[in-house]
Design a protein around this ligand. Structure first.
Ligand code: NVA
Length: 301
């Protein structure tokens, strides 16, 4: 059976920890040529900066060759059936990295692929982001165990993957969202089950104050994700009480760190300049995409 990483819970908590350990070693210079003579094909149906850059450079660091298809080139399931694209890419590359809309598309792709398939963001999950996030939190707090992480905003793809990763490593995630924008119930339950053995937990609230109280990490993401542009005006209204700004961070733990997966929309989910606040670790987070995904590729190959 082929190893895929289509959602965070495709790997066990112990495997997350192994990937994070290896990511730290890679960051410290312990590079290997695991992908020598191999190609990694990226096929993206939505725009990307960090994900494309980190898979591209990560592949090169491990001695492999990246191949990239932009949203305009693909036509996944339109110009050509998903199953056929999966088979063709499998014949010529070692790993497929897919960014698409529906989770069912990447599942169909993986079902027809004979190489590992990595989710580089779907509407439902962004599991590679959660690896980099937990690597970054580990760097700053020492470990996730017992840490309180507050996610303020939309219970979206980033929040879902983060829920599993934080709970799996023994952290306590509190998601504060307006009514109607909570984590999917199956993921709230799923992440709590996934984290039970490590004493991790995920809680959904509407009260921002309750979430940030004593939080070691305050994390937010855009209110309007890629593909939801038509809902933008309504979302700006619905989320207006959920902006993260210096006053919000002041109410968290004294040593709180601020995280955002980027790109940010200052004036919406964060105040102007918050990315450069002394408590912000967003660029550590961005860099760690490189190391955690290189470690993931090594684990899957
Ligand atoms: N939730 C955002 C994440 C972007 C990296 C989106 O899906 O657009």
């Amino acid at each position: 059976m082929t190893n895929h990483f289509l959602k965070l819970s495709d790997i066990a908590p112990v495997e997350i920890q192994q990937i994070l350990n290896r990511a730290a070693d890679l960051k410290n210079g312990a590079i290997s040529d695991t992908l020598s003579g191999k190609s990694v094909t990226m096929l993206f149906e939505k725009p990307s900066l960090r994900t494309k850059l980190s898979f591209w450079i990560g592949t090169e660091k491990l001695g492999g060759k990246p191949v990239y298809f932009s949203p305009e080139e693909v036509g996944l399931g339109k110009r050509e059936p998903v199953a056929d694209v999966a088979q063709v890419i499998s014949r010529m590359s070692a790993i497929a990295v897919i960014r698409t809309f529906a989770q069912s598309t990447i599942e169909e792709f993986a079902a027809n692929a004979s190489i590992p398939v990595i989710n580089a963001l779907t509407d439902s999950e962004h599991p590679c982001q959660a690896l980099a996030d937990t690597q970054t939190i580990t760097e700053h707090l020492g470990s996730l165990a017992g840490a309180k992480v507050a996610f303020i905003g939309d219970g979206n793809n980033v929040a879902v993957s983060l829920s599993y990763a934080v709970a799996g490593l023994g952290g306590n995630l509190v998601v504060a969202s307006p009514k109607g924008y909570s984590l999917p119930v199956e993921d709230l339950e799923g992440a709590n089950a996934y984290g039970a053995q490590a004493n991790g937990s995920v809680t959904q609230v509407t009260d921002l104050e309750a979430a940030i109280q004593d939080a070691d990490i305050v994390y937010t993401d855009v209110w309007t994700s890629m593909g939801q542009e038509d809902e933008k005006a309504k979302r700006i209204k619905d989320f207006s009480e959920y902006q993260v700004n210096p006053a919000v961070l002041d109410k968290a733990s004294a040593n709180v760190k601020f995280m955002h997966d980027l790109p940010a929309h200052p004036g919406e989910e964060i105040s102007d300049g918050l990315l450069y606040d002394y408590r912000s670790i967003v660029f550590d987070q961005a860099e760690n995409r490189l190391w955690s995904q290189a470690a993931l590729m090594e684990a899957l190959i």
